[in-house]
Write a new protein. Structure first.
Length: 333
C-alpha cells in the first residue's frame, strides 16, 4: 500500500474526560485541567492536537470527552472539525473511552490505526515524540499488537505507573511483562536500579480492529453493550454507559493481553498532575520571613514566617496546603 494511502488510515484519539482533581481550585469539574494553559498560549488540549498535526490530518483527529464539557470544547478547540467530538454520557475511565472511540473509527474505516493520547500532558522534545509516533503507527498497521509507550524514568517517581519490559521483539519494542500502578518509594527505587522498567506515559497505538478483538475477549460486557449501540440507533448509548465497567484500559486489557508490547519512547512526559507545576501568579505579594512558597492569586497576599506552602485562589475558592502533601488535594472531593 502506498505511503500516502497508509497515512489516510492513521487517526488520533485525544482522551479529554478528566477533571484534574489534583489541581483544585484551578481545575474543577466546570473547568477541567485540559483547558488550562500552564503558561503557554493555547490550552493543553490544543497543544496535544498540535503535536499530532505533522503526521495525522485534522480530519482524522478525534476528541473523546464528557457531554457536559461540550461548550468548553466548542469554545477552545477550533483546530479540528466539531463533528470529530465524541461525547460520553458518563465518566467511565479509559477502557470505556477508548472502546467508544474504537467502535466509532472502525465504523468509519475498518482499516483505522489509532493513536490514543491524554489531553493534559506535557511532552518534550516534540520532534522525538513525532518520530516515535510515526514508528509506532506503522508497527501497529503491520502487526496485530497493542502498543503502550514507555518512557525512561529519570527519578523514583511514586505518582506514575510503571511497565516492566520482557523479551525484545524488535528494535526498542518489548513484550510487556508487568504493569505496576504508582509504587511506594522503595519499590520505585528498585525499579530504577533494575533498568527494566519504564514510566507508563498513558499513550497507546493499535488498529481499531485489534483493540476491539481484545475488548471482546477481556471486557465482553462492554464490547456487547457498545456493539449493540453501533448496530442500531434504537439502542441508547446513555443507557448502555450506565452499566459499563468503570476501569482503566491498563487493568481491563493491557495487563491481560498476550499481544501487548511496550515501545521504548525517546520523548519524556510530565503529567502535570501537581499544583507545583503551576506558575506563580499574584496581584501583589508581601513576604516577611517566608520562603519556598507557591502563591497563585488575583488578590493581595501577605505571608509571615511560613515556608513550603501552596496558596491558590480562584473564583472565590481558596486552597492552603503544604507542598509535602500536595498530592492529597484530590481527596478534598
Amino acid at each position: 500500500m502506498p505511503m500516502e494511502d497508509v497515512k489516510n488510515n492513521f487517526y488520533a484519539v485525544i482522551m479529554a474526560g478528566g477533571s484534574g482533581k489534583r489541581l483544585w481550585p484551578l481545575s474543577t469539574e466546570d473547568f477541567p485541567k485540559q483547558f488550562l494553559t500552564f503558561g503557554k498560549k493555547e490550552p493543553l488540549i490544543v497543544q496535544t492536537i498540535q503535536r499530532m498535526l505533522p503526521l495525522i490530518s485534522k480530519k482524522n483527529i478525534y476528541v473523546v470527552s464528557l457531554k457536559k464539557q461540550e461548550k468548553l470544547l466548542r469554545r477552545f478547540v477550533k483546530i479540528i472539525p466539531s463533528s470529530n467530538f465524541i461525547f460520553e454520557p458518563y465518566q467511565k475511565n479509559t477502557a470505556a473511552c477508548l472502546a467508544l472511540a474504537a467502535f466509532t473509527l472502525y465504523q468509519k474505516n475498518p482499516n483505522a490505526v489509532m493513536l490514543a493520547a491524554p489531553s493534559d500532558n506535557s511532552l518534550f522534545p516534540e520532534k522525538a515524540f513525532q518520530k516515535d509516533l510515526q514508528k509506532a503507527l506503522h508497527l501497529a498497521h503491520k502487526n496485530n499488537v497493542l502498543i503502550t509507550f514507555g518512557t525512561q524514568p529519570s527519578f523514583a517517581a511514586t505518582g506514575f505507573g510503571y511497565i516492566e519490559k520482557g523479551e525484545e521483539i524488535s528494535s526498542n519494542v518489548f513484550k510487556v511483562k508487568k504493569f505496576t500502578e504508582k509504587p511506594k518509594l522503595q519499590k520505585a527505587k528498585k525499579y530504577i536500579k533494575s533498568k527494566n522498567f519504564y514510566w507508563n506515559s498513558g499513550h497507546f497505538a493499535w488498529k481499531a480492529s485489534t483493540f476491539l478483538e481484545a475488548l471482546e475477549r477481556h471486557l465482553p460486557k462492554t464490547y456487547q453493550k457498545l456493539k449493540k449501540c453501533f448496530e442500531s440507533k434504537k439502542n441508547s448509548l446513555e443507557k448502555a454507559y450506565k452499566n459499563l465497567h468503570n476501569i482503566s484500559v491498563d487493568y481491563a486489557i493491557m495487563e491481560k493481553a498476550r499481544n501487548a508490547v511496550v515501545f521504548k519512547a525517546q520523548f519524556q512526559f510530565d503529567d502535570l498532575g501537581s499544583l507545583t507545576k503551576i506558575n506563580p501568579c499574584y496581584r501583589k505579594l508581601y513576604e516577611i520571613n517566608s520562603h519556598n512558597n507557591l502563591i497563585h492569586a488575583d488578590k493581595v497576599v501577605a505571608t509571615v514566617g511560613v515556608q513550603g506552602l501552596i496558596i491558590i485562589e480562584k473564583d472565590g475558592k481558596l486552597l492552603v496546603a503544604s507542598k509535602k502533601h500536595v498530592q492529597k488535594v484530590k481527596e478534598i472531593f
